[in-house]
Design a protein around this ligand. Structure first.
Ligand code: NBP
Length: 515
């Protein structure tokens, strides 16, 4: 443990002395759930000098863990919730890394009889933020501090440094800050972990992170499909492209692993393994939660929505096989129509980069709206920094977002920052050209396409919603407002008005309206 960690720990233990005289009570933190995430997080904590008490519903896993991975480390076992609680220093810090949903509520219920006021429960699973809001409220009334923390980075991140997004009871933060920031990934010396906000804010930000992960993955898949089906690239060639991209503006974990996947051959016949994988995508629901929340809050997070729907369409394999025999469209038979492959790849890189900027813009728009609606104070620069390392969406690009929000914490829209404004201007020609080819040759690009549609919509001072309002008023008397301007001065201003669209002939004047 570093000397700073030692001194931080002693501050914690001074603070928590209380009745801490029992020799058994030497665990700094308890962790429930010995599957991949829990085990690796415990080992990470032990590496940083913390004594961890491990418990699991199936207690044979405790023994197995202690006899194997945990052997020789500062890790204690517990075979009951009571024993776990007895072995912890006060205030107790207990982290759950169990299947989200009912198991979390069940463990909270089991813990409560053994906890005292001020003890801390941390849920590190992928819980849905409304559940975290509810648990936070319920536990507040019982004097228990509740933290819902996003944990990202999978098995390897948990072991070597995850991205951690804690939110909930602010009073708990001083007691868990050292542990969390010590075990988190570091970027430029800064931990990828900071306090996110109250109640379910930590799990909310993790949910948006996962949604953005869906978007990033879909964009990369579309780039692969375009290279494969229009460019007729081999997997080795595509691997080389991803390797090159990973050294530029697209430098990221997901591009890096895609490079490795492209190069990976089935040892049985030395042909690319990825081409043998059934093309139906799974999902656990966090992308859907983000899209549903975006609809609830009225924010056009279209790219994540399309990424979720693309997985749904992929899952309709049987129907797609039938449709592929019946439905007509452009086909590329024989050689690739692309003559200049270098320019084609450069354009594609720009399309991917621009679409990614749009996806993150939409994600931050959503979080800004959530902060308003839920009355949270979210720190956008801090969130981007938390995602900068340790997690699945980690990338160099997130460093630019951190810098933009540090420079202007009140930035209304990421696209308004000069860095991203210029990046989109530069990328636009390649972005449009790539999409033109995808449409011409019949390659589905839901994420690329929606990104460009959003961009063109956002930069349109006028959209055809005037006609839509007229239609709504025509069939449903939903009323409309009139544009300001001299040419409209005979029409009623600052009022919601309704007109009888069928009964007035060509007479359009203020008197035609029912205010
Ligand atoms: P799992 O999500 O597979 O959960 C396994 C743990 O949950 C085991 O301790 C298991 O106990 C316990 N559990 C189950 Br399953 N049903 C239970 C029940 N009805 N009552 C009590 N305990 C129950 O483990 P994981 O993949 O390590 O993930 C842990 C959490 O972290 C999840 O919420 C997950 O969504 C989240 N997460 C996972 C990843 C990842 O890459 N895997 C990344 C980020 C976040 P048992 O051993 O007795 O069955």
């Amino acid at each position: 443990m570093t000397s700073s960690a030692v001194s931080r720990l002693s501050v914690i233990s001074n603070h928590i002395t209380g009745n801490n005289t029992n020799n058994e009570s030497r665990g700094d933190i308890g962790l429930i759930g010995l599957a991949v995430m829990g085990q690796n997080l415990i080992l990470n904590m032990a590496d940083h000098g913390y004594t961890v008490v491990a418990y699991n519903r199936t207690t044979s896993k405790v023994d197995h863990f202690l006899e194997n991975e945990a052997k020789g480390k500062s890790i204690l076992g517990a075979h009951s919730i009571k024993e776990l609680c007895e072995k912890l220093k006060r205030p107790r810090r207990i982290m759950l890394l169990v299947k989200a949903g009912a198991p979390v509520d069940s463990f909270i219920d089991q813990l409560l009889p053994y906890l005292e006021k001020g003890d801390i429960i941390i849920d590190g699973g992928n819980s849905h933020f409304p559940d975290t809001n509810r648990r936070y409220d319920e536990l507040q009334t019982k004097g228990i501090e509740f933290v819902g923390s996003g944990v990202s980075g999978g098995e390897e991140g948990a072991r070597t440094g995850p991205s951690l997004m804690p939110g909930g009871s602010q009073a708990a933060w001083p007691h868990i800050k050292s542990i969390f920031q010590d075990i988190a990934a570091k970027t430029d010396g800064e931990p990828c972990c900071d306090w996110v906000g109250p109640a379910g804010a930590g799990h909310y930000v993790k949910m948006v992170h996962n949604g953005i992960e869906y978007g990033d993955m879909q964009l990369i898949c579309e780039a692969y499909d375009i290279m494969k089906r229009i460019g007729k690239f081999s997997n080795k060639e595509m691997g080389d492209v991803f390797a090159k991209w990973n050294k530029g503006v697209l430098d990221s974990f997901l591009v890096e692993i895609t490079r490795d996947i492209m190069y990976f051959n089935d040892p049985n016949d030395n042909t690319p393994l990825v081409e043998k994988i059934l093309d139906t995508a799974g999902q656990k629901g966090t992308g859907k939660w983000t899209a549903v929340n975006a609809l609830d809050l009225g924010i056009p997070v279209t790219l994540i929505g399309e990424a979720v729907f693309a997985r749904c369409l992929s899952a309709m394999k049987h129907e797609r096989v039938e449709a592929s025999k019946k439905l007509q469209g452009p086909e590329i038979t024989g050689e690739s129509p692309i003559k200049d492959k270098e320019a084609f790849v450069d354009d594609l890189e720009q399309a991917l980069y621009a679409s990614k900027i749009i996806s993150y813009t939409q994600g931050f728009m959503l979080m800004n709206q959530a902060a308003k609606d839920y009355k949270w104070k979210l720190n956008n620069a801090g969130i981007a920094l938390m995602w900068r390392g340790g997690c699945i969406i980690r990338s160099v690009f997130l460093g630019e977002i951190t810098a933009a929000y540090k420079e202007n914490p009140l930035l209304e829209n990421l696209l308004f920052h000069p860095f991203f404004d210029k990046a989109i201007i530069k990328a636009q020609k390649g972005w449009r050209s790539t999409l033109g080819k995808a449409i011409e040759y019949g390659i589905p690009t839901p994420a690329f396409s929606t990104a460009l549609a959003f961009y063109d919509g956002l930069r349109s001072e006028r959209l055809p919603a005037n006609l839509l309002q007229a239609q709504r008023d025509y069939f449903g008397a939903h009323t409309f407002q009139v544009l300001p301007g001299k040419e409209n001065e005979l029409l009623p201003k600052d009022k919601w008005v309704h007109i009888n669209w069928t009964g007035r002939g060509g007479d359009v004047s203020a008197s035609s309206y029912d205010a």
